[in-house]
Design a protein around this ligand. Structure first.
Ligand code: ACO
Length: 330
């Protein structure tokens, strides 16, 4: 095995200006601020306007990450964007970002793993660096799930927000950075969370418009149970790969999908509240952006300090799941 590892040298995020509160949602569907807060922990989320696409938010996150890393876009060898709401079927959202930030040397591609897209991207980037294929990689998680949301479906429309988060990984010979990643999928459960229409299975048509199959369909309860089990397995496996225990962890950033899912994970790991990062009250579930937004906020507010052991974990449609253990190095 190579002794080159990958460390995070910068992080940033971007969200749209417009805020949608629980009170606003009360006007759209039969719900209440009280129900949303108590069942999900969410209060508000940011929603992209008609002129904003995923690459616009990803570009803001990328520029902020470059700024904190103090490097220029020309130093990037690869850009990976984890997203399921790309600007277009093709070109990739990563290509739009590449052009926006003028990363002239980079290879750019998207990665589809729903809400786990950022952790899957991190895993690929780490492996590319360890293999000597690249030295500096921009990994972005970016989604505008609001564009796939049925705003008459109270089961889903209260949950999601839009945003993007980015980190920059760089090759290092220090024993720092990404200590382990563990990703896996359970494809026997594709039906629990999907957008059935508008793809090659059921291309866009009058029928798709009529049956609203171009919107997110979700079995919330089943996703909930699988999310808890999946993230527990992912955390245990990633920690075992890194040779670490629950007691070694300084901060956990779980996918920001539901406060009750997060509390159940924290309870099992016997973690006090200050070791669990939560910002879903402000952003809702931003899909693959959820973890890199939280990483950026935790770093900017001093919740992450050099040498800290950070655990991140996510789950999403697929089902896809994963975790990573990181020794924070900036
Ligand atoms: N307001 C009021 N009532 C509601 C709402 C709402 N917004 N949504 C659902 N309800 C109702 C349901 O209709 C149901 O009513 P009924 O008993 O009369 O049928 C009742 O509330 C309870 O519904 P449950 O589904 O049992 O509620 P639960 O406590 O499980 O909470 C929730 C639902 C919040 C969706 C939860 O299951 C959850 O968070 N699941 C995980 C979802 C998730 O994380 N998805 C994202 C995956 S990641 C990705 O890839 C995008």
């Amino acid at each position: 095995m190579s002794n080159i590892s990958a460390k995070i040298i910068g992080a940033g995020f971007g969200v749209p200006e417009k805020i949608l509160t629980n009170k606003d949602l009360e006007k759209l569907v039969d719900t209440s601020d009280e129900w949303i807060k108590s069942r999900t922990g969410m209060s508000e989320r940011h929603i992209a306007d008609a002129n904003t696409a995923t690459s616009d938010l990803a570009t803001i996150a990328a520029l902020r990450a470059l700024e904190t890393a103090k490097i220029s876009a020309e130093e990037l060898d690869v850009i990976i964007v984890g997203t399921v709401t790309g600007d277009m079927f093709f070109p990739s959202t990563a290509c739009f970002v590449q052009n926006n930030i003028k990363a002239v040397k980079a290879a750019a591609f998207d990665l589809s793993a729903a809400c786990s897209g950022f952790i899957y991207g991190l895993s690929v980037a780490k492996a590319m660096i360890a293999a000597g294929e690249a030295k500096t990689i921009l990994v972005i998680g970016a989604d505008c799930l609001s564009k796939l949301t049925d705003w008459t479906d109270r089961n889903t429309c209260v949950l999601f927000g839009d945003g993007a988060g980015a980190v920059i990984l760089q090759a290092t010979e220090e024993a720092a950075g990404i200590l382990s990643t563990y990703i896996f999928s359970d494809a026997s459960k594709t039906h629990l969370l999907q957008v059935p229409g508008g793809g090659s299975r059921k291309p866009f048509s009058e029928e798709v418009l009529k049956d609203k199959s171009n919107y997110i369909k979700m079995e919330g309860n089943e996703i909930f149970k699988n999310a808890v089990k999946g993230m527990e397995r992912a955390i245990d496996s990633a920690l075992a790969k890194a040779g670490l225990k629950y007691e070694d962890v300084s901060l956990v950033i779980p996918h920001q999908a539901n406060i009750r899912i997060i509390e159940s994970i924290a309870k099992r790991m016997k973690l006090p509240a200050e070791k669990v990062f939560i910002n879903l009250d402000k952003y809702g579930n931003t899909s693959s952006a959820s973890i890199p937004i939280a990483i950026s906020e935790a770093y900017a507010t001093g919740r992450l300090k050099k040498g800290d052991i950070l655990v991140i974990t996510a789950f999403g449609g697929g089902l896809t799941m994963g975790a990573s253990v990181i020794r924070w190095s900036i």
